[in-house]
Design a protein. Structure first.
Lengths: 349, 252
């Protein structure tokens, strides 16, 4: 199954019955899959007139208390920014998928991770975060999609799958099983009062600055719980590691090959792969800084996550970077060379 | 004594924030009366715009969503698709519906989305203090057209009903005004029909209400109502621009 299709099927199995989207490479298979499946299961697929309309249709369904999603790729996600901010302000749960391509601007259509900063900083105006999940396999495309819906409901926030074009387009075996949807209070939803309760209001406007401050502080208390309880990462060959590679998505898979090759040469190197990019796995990285003398970040961008790594390890260790951008994927040889350079105590470049 | 006039149940007790002489209050009341008469309050969800009517969510007793600027028809689409048995309406001004939200308006109409749209056209941005709107008249003086709207520089006003009437999609488009008792009664009838259409599953129904903005037009409330007759209605003629069901009936 293609990664994009795995996301779509997983969403359906997670109880999502509404999808709104707009065609853009390299994520269009999500929409195509939904267009075929949704009518057969009593769901709703609707091709919106724009990314902006799509995210606002998501806002509508989320307001009604139903599971809902949209997907896009980098330029389209920028257009969705407005809606993401309003949904954060209105505390609406939903799933948004970004199968990233190279940027800025129209950029290209090859894989990229250059929306890292956008995704992990909310991506639009105001104080807010998205819960950002970074799959590194087709199986994870499915698993994290399901998890994303659960976490979005639990914390009343938007979850984002931050994949790259490789994850969307590649095919791997995948198992997707229907699962029980956790109980979740949605008494805030717009279902019609039935003349039995006061009206519910879904809104992100507050004219009183103290009121708005209070709501933002309350939101960040929820974020603190997310940072405490929802950090996910993979540690690979880290037990005795002296060099720590940090990479997510396709970059992590490339890095693993390079690490195995370097291990063959006796280099004690391991990988920390953030699965949640926000919340970022700060504690495991800081712990790694106790033993690892050097860090290397591998990214499909000019170096964005590297800042979070430096912050996480409180700049205690040098951090090298191994980046390719514009849709180019770093090769295992390039990562290997960075590891060997780090082992000699200096940057490879 | 019998009660001959009272506040509709569908309006809350909140004090409206609108300026003296503004016609938003009248249109709010007409919408609430229609909701009451059709007995749909418990399953109605309203979508408020950005603009003067942004606080509409505090004024209607039904469930309410506040949309981003111009996006109300998309939000309404989501709400309606989530539960088609609910009655979903948007309440939008001219900047919201005919400028920043043009695409959402046109495509909701093209899809014949089964929602009701109440469109307040007062030819100005009220909330932000009186700037030129997509519906400001040629020559109209506003804060951002201080020498009068120059059509050679910034183009012509948008006639929403006429534009949408070119589409096959929408069920019902009518332009009304609320500057006289006669016009208010006609407006009420149109608004009620726009909700009735949705109940019957007929589709996209939009009522454009020519309204006044005494504050930003720089007129007394009475003079503003006269200006509607003198300037607005000649440019925006009242009437039914589309009524597909009626058309089909006539064809029989």
């Amino acid at each position: 199954m293609k990664g994009n299709e795995a996301i779509a099927e997983a969403a359906i199995q997670a109880g999502c019955r509404h999808y709104f989207g707009y065609p853009i490479t390299p994520q269009t298979e999500v929409a195509a899959y939904m267009a075929k499946r949704m009518p057969k299961i009593g769901g709703c697929f609707l091709q919106a007139e724009s990314e902006i309309a799509a995210i606002n249709m998501v806002y509508g369904v989320a307001s009604a208390g139903h599971r809902v999603m949209t997907s896009s790729s980098s330029p389209g996600i920028s257009l969705k920014g407005e809606g993401l901010s309003y949904m954060a302000g209105a505390n609406l749960p939903a799933l948004v998928v970004n199968v990233q391509r190279g940027g800025p601007g129209l950029g290209g259509i090859q894989p990229s991770q250059s929306d890292y900063n956008q995704a992990t900083r909310g991506g639009a105006h105001g104080d807010f975060h998205l819960l950002v999940l970074a799959p590194a396999s087709v199986q994870e495309m499915a698993d994290l999609t399901m998890l994303g819906f659960d976490l979005a409901d639990k914390y009343r926030m938007t979850a984002m799958i931050l994949a790259d074009g490789t994850m969307g387009q590649m095919m791997e075996p995948v198992e997707i099983h229907p699962r029980e949807i956790p109980e979740c209070d949605k008494s805030w939803a717009l279902t019609g009062t039935k003349m039995k309760r006061e009206h519910n209001i879904i809104n992100s406007l507050s004219m009183d600055p103290y009121d708005l401050e209070r709501m933002n502080v309350e939101r960040y208390e929820r974020y603190a719980a997310v940072e405490r309880d929802e950090v996910r990462y993979e540690a690979y060959r880290m037990d005795d590691a002296e060099i720590c590679v940090v990479a997510f998505g396709i970059a992590a898979r490339v890095a693993k090959n390079a690490i195995n090759e370097a291990r063959g040469q006796g280099v004690k190197v391991g990988l920390i792969r953030p699965v949640t990019l926000w919340p970022f796995p700060k504690a495991p990285l800081l712990a790694a800084a106790e033993k690892c003398e050097r860090f290397i970040t591998v990214e499909l961008n000019m170096g964005q996550m590297v800042d979070d790594v430096r912050l996480a390890i409180e700049c205690r260790r040098p951090v090298d970077t191994c980046n390719r951008t514009g849709g180019v994927i770093p090769s295992a040889a390039e990562v290997y060379s960075a590891i060997m350079g780090a082992q000699k105590g200096g940057a490879a470049k | 004594m019998s009660v001959v006039f009272k506040k509709p149940h569908a309006l809350t007790d909140a004090v409206l924030h609108y300026c003296p002489g503004c016609t938003h209050g009248i249109v709010h009341r007409l919408v609430a009366e229609a909701i009451d008469e059709l007995g749909i309050e418990g399953r109605t969800i309203g979508v408020a715009p950005v603009g003067c009517a942004v606080f509409a969510y505090d004024y209607f007793t039904c469930d309410m969503a506040e949309a981003a600027h111009g996006r109300a028809p998309a939000v309404a689409t989501g709400l309606k698709r989530a539960d088609p048995s609910n009655i979903v309406f948007t309440y939008q001004g001219d900047g919201d519906l005919a400028s920043i939200g043009t695409a959402e308006t046109v495509h909701a109409a093209a899809r014949n989305e089964n929602i009701t749209v109440i469109f307040i056209n007062n030819a100005i941005y009220g909330m932000t203090g009186g700037q030129m709107a997509p519906t400001s008249l040629p020559g109209q003086v506003t804060q951002t057209s201080p020498y009068g709207r120059d059509v050679n520089h910034c183009g012509y006003p948008v006639r929403v009903c006429e534009m949408l009437a070119t589409l096959d999609g929408p069920e019902y488009l009518e332009r009304v005004a609320v500057n006289s008792v006669k016009n208010v009664r006609a407006a009420k009838k149109a608004i009620r029909k726009a909700f009735q259409n949705q109940i019957e599953g007929k589709g996209f129904s939009l009522v454009e209400v020519i309204s006044s903005c005494p504050t930003n037009w720089g007129m007394s409330p009475v003079k503003a109502l006269e200006w509607i007759d003198e300037k607005m209605i000649p440019y925006y003629p009242l009437g039914v621009y589309k009524d597909r069901s009626a058309g089909r009936e006539e064809a029989k």
